[in-house]
Ligand binder design. Structure first.
Ligand code: ADP
Ligand code: ZN
Length: 802
């Protein structure tokens, strides 16, 4: 007999597997999804290992296999184990990353009569009720019994009946929720039918359809004939046409409008970088990861290198995965890959419907996609023969998952590459200083693209002017725009050029403060200032989305004069209207753009020059490539600078560099104006000069002095509870436990910061306290500790102010 080590979908399982016997006749391999008994229940699990002996004496048998083929490859099994071990995450949460979309299903409980000949009439009322339900359909879902009797009562009665041998319980997984996608088609029903007395419009539609060889999509028929649904309905009623639903394959990329592209002739720096990657693609001698850091300013042609490297990998019979931040996973980005590899690109991201994700996953698994492009989780796509993993904008925080498992896609990718002998290319204009440090020290290979290739090789980066807002105040200018910025906007608008105004903040206003007592309106649950949204005139909490109308007077002292402080994108919109009345403007932030269409709409309008000014938050900083933008204004560079996180300088530098990269991508060149109250700050000074090197030198020096990463490792332990005092006590206890653990284990060099309330102290009515650990090899230490309910462990956190 053989035994399987199974990762089971139960919170009880934590980081371990469970041993099950493999019944004879069942062919089971590692990576296969199975059904197993677990306590009272039947659960989904994935087989990670097959052994001749079980890890425990008493084993139950695997019930069934869910799919004939293994779902996880051996490499993915290893990767899941690594994620669970390193990030101290439940094993199944790591396994689940690699399962097909909607694979996880709920277990349903059923009851049925234990014997065919039970005398129902002899039972008590409640028992009779349950029995009648069960007998009626042969079996009944427990939920139905709960509906009839109430949840508590149902549990008690069912238990009693099971004990008396009247009924049996059974478990089953819920149905797969994915349905095939259908599209409405319309076609002629009866060619010979009487088509006299049709209205002119009806005739147009009917003749159109008669001219077709078969049914056509209704959307197309409507578009081409200009006929409305009611006209079609009228024809249907007369029996001339019929509608039908036709199953279609969901396709996130429509290739119809994509013209294939051919490789460009690389510029000298590009060629050097490409050659280096190419030479590694032949396969490594040792099994250490081969990681490149491709450091190139925006517009230096990184994407072209990705494309040619992927083509090179394909020549060698390998396939690729490309990760981009969710926010820049726009149709344009996808199009660039799809046009180089027509019909061979798979797309995976969270905005696809589950059905689309499901279909794409199958295609990838079947080896139909040479390139998979997607956000963070696309790393876990079942891409066979993986040869190249590309991570664009590798410095982006979104590569770190902020729920369990708290993995970083970059580190997971490097691990996966190690397992599959693939090459990793990390690309960025502003690499994470920790990545750059590794490149400097030879752990990664550094490839530099110092020049822009558009509009021509070596074109200058846009000129950046830093405006000291303190001077503006001194000169009596209390406007949100400095004199320089407003002059430049006017000049650009007059010259029929386009402008982007960037503000790292959404909402109408930072907060509302009473002018007399100083009271600031805050969210009662989260304790952060409420932001004012002008268009709806409501106050919103940006943590928990609590909404409340603007009070007429101060809730604290009754004073009617409330001051609106700070400025968000909506406020900025008003200011723009007022200051530049002749310019048309568009606002792009997560309030104005919801869903994928409206994002695109805003962008399309701007591209078509239906507005001169685009106002936006982070979103405008990413991946926008509009040649006619000649001016970018950063309205307030200080918003990210003063956050209590050691990475604030780095974030500001990255943000400013990215925003600045939006200007001057066309022939007209470009200019950037940065408004700040801290013009002397090294991050701002370096960003203004497009000087990554000087920023890095300063930043790495500070990191060293303060013992921050990359010189140490961090872990954040947070505890959540409705009671603030409990949080404090629990985190203090944990600190003592950890100190004890380091002492007994003889582990040195670890410092424990806190406990302290988290930056967001209250979230959705619950308090949060945290401990920050700083040292080396924290996973080893923390894996010795048991964390109970309420605890969250984040290894290598990217933010300390969440
Ligand atoms: P990055 O990814 O570094 O921002 P891209 O790869 O998007 O840069 O390149 C910017 C623009 O330059 C794109 O329009 C691209 O088609 C073009 N480009 C890139 N490499 C070359 C080249 N070797 N010759 C001509 N145009 C190029
Ligand atoms: Zn709140």
């Amino acid at each position: 007999m053989k035994y399987a080590e199974v990762s089971v979908n139960s919170p009880v399982a934590q980081r371990r597997t469970f041993s099950y016997a493999i019944p004879t006749g069942l062919d089971i391999r590692p990576g296969q999804a199975v059904l197993v008994p677990f306590g009272e229940k039947v659960l989904q699990g994935v087989v990670l290992e097959i052994n001749p002996v079980p890890a425990v004496e008493d084993t139950r048998e695997i019930l069934d296999v869910l799919e004939p083929q293994p779902i996880l490859s051996p490499n993915q099994i290893q990767l899941a184990r690594w994620i669970s071990d390193y990030y101290l995450a439940p094993l199944f949460s790591a396994v689940a990353l690699m399962l097909p979309p909607a694979f996880e299903r709920k277990g349903l409980a059923f009851i049925s009569p234990a014997a065919p000949d039970i005398d129902i009439d002899s039972l008590d009322d409640e028992l009779k009720k349950v029995m009648t339900l069960a007998v009626g359909k042969g079996r009944v879902e427990l939920k139905q019994v709960e509906k009839a009797l109430g949840k508590k009562k149902a549990a008690a009665v069912v238990l009693q009946m099971v004990r008396q041998g009247l009924i049996k319980r059974s478990y089953e997984l819920a149905q797969v929720r994915i349905k095939p996608k259908t599209e409405l088609y319309i076609g002629v029903k009866d060619e010979t039918a009487d088509d006299s007395k049709l209205s002119p419009k009806q005739a147009v539609l009917y003749n159109f359809l008669k001219g077709k060889t078969g049914p056509v999509p209704w959307s197309a028929a409507r578009q081409e004939t200009g006929c409305s649904k009611s006209i079609a309905n009228a024809l249907e009623q007369r029996g001339l046409v019929k509608f039908e639903k036709v199953e279609v394959r969901r396709q996130p990329v429509s290739y119809e409008n994509i013209t294939p592209s051919t490789p460009l002739k690389l510029a000298a720096d590009q060629q050097t970088a490409f050659n280096a990657i190419k030479s590694e693609l032949v396969g490594g001698e040792d099994m250490s990861a081969r990681v490149f850091l491709l450091h190139g300013v925006t517009g230096s042609g990184k994407t072209e290198i990705y494309l040619q490297s992927l083509a090179e990998a394909l020549k060698k019979g390998k396939k690729g995965i490309v990760l981009v931040p969710e926010i820049s996973l726009t149709p344009q980005t996808i199009e660039r890959f799809a046009s180089r590899f027509p019909g061979r690109v798979g797309v995976l991201h969270s905005r696809l419907s589950t059905g689309e994700q499901f279909d794409e996953w199958r295609r990838i698994k079947n080896g139909e996609c040479d390139v998979v492009i997607g956000s963070r989780s696309a790393l876990f796509a079942p891409q066979p023969d993986l040869g190249l993993i590309i991570i664009d904008e590798e410095h982006e925080w979104t590569y770190k998952q902020d729920n369990v498992p708290h993995y970083h896609a970059r580190d997971a990718a490097i691990k996966l590459a190690e397992l599959t002998d693939a090459v990793v290319v990390l690309g960025s204009a502003t690499p994470d200083v920790e990545t750059y440090y590794k490149a400097e020290n030879g752990e990664y290979k550094l490839l530099e693209l110092p020049q822009r290739v558009v509009p021509s090789v070596g074109v200058a980066m846009p000129q950046v002017e830093v405006v000291d807002m303190r001077e503006e105040l001194k000169a009596g200018n209390r406007n949100i725009f400095s004199r320089s910025l407003s002059e430049s906007v006017n000049r650009a608008v007059t010259a029929d050029e386009q402008v982007i105004l960037f503000l790292n903040r959404r909402g109408g206003s930072y907060y509302i403060q009473c002018r007399r007592c100083g009271f600031v309106l805050r969210c009662r649950r989260c304790d952060v200032p409420l932001a004012h949204h002008i268009s709806e005139n409501v106050l919103t909490c940006h943590q928990c989305n609590y909404r409340t109308p603007v009070p007429e007077a101060c809730p604290n002292c009754g004073n009617r004069q409330l001051k609106f402080l700070g400025a968000g994108t909506q406020k900025l919109e008003q200011e723009v209207k007022y200051t530049f009345p002749r310019a048309r403007q568009l606002r792009w932030d997560s309030d104005s753009a919801t869903g994928r269409t409206s994002n695109e709409d805003i962008l399309r309008k701007f591209r078509r020059k239906q507005a001169e000014i685009l106002i936006g938050t982070q979103m405008v900083a990413k991946g926008l490539d509009i040649p006619s933008v000649t001016l970018v204004g950063v309205v307030n560079a200080d918003t990210s600078l003063n956050l209590p996180d050691f990475r604030a300088g780095e974030r500001t530098f990255q943000l400013l560099s990215q925003v600045a990269g939006r200007a001057g991508r066309g022939e007209a060149g470009g200019k950037v104006i940065v408004q700040t109250f801290s013009p002397q700050h090294y991050a701002i000074k370096a960003a203004a000069k497009h000087d990554y090197a000087s920023f890095y030198q300063q930043e790495i020096e500070y990191r060293k002095q303060l013992h921050n990463p990359p010189f140490t490792q961090l872990a954040r332990l947070s505890f959540v509870h409705t009671n603030d005092a409990v949080c404090q006590r629990k985190t203090e206890e944990m600190k003592r436990t950890l100190i004890e653990e380091t002492r007994t284990g003889g582990i040195g060099g670890i410092s424990i910061i806190g406990p302290a309330p988290a930056f967001i102290h209250r979230l959705r009515g619950r308090y949060r306290w945290q401990l920050i650990l700083r040292g080396q090899n924290l996973t080893a230490l923390l894996s010795q500790v048991t964390f109970g309910q309420g605890w969250a462990v984040d290894i290598d956190p990217v933010s300390l102010i969440q």
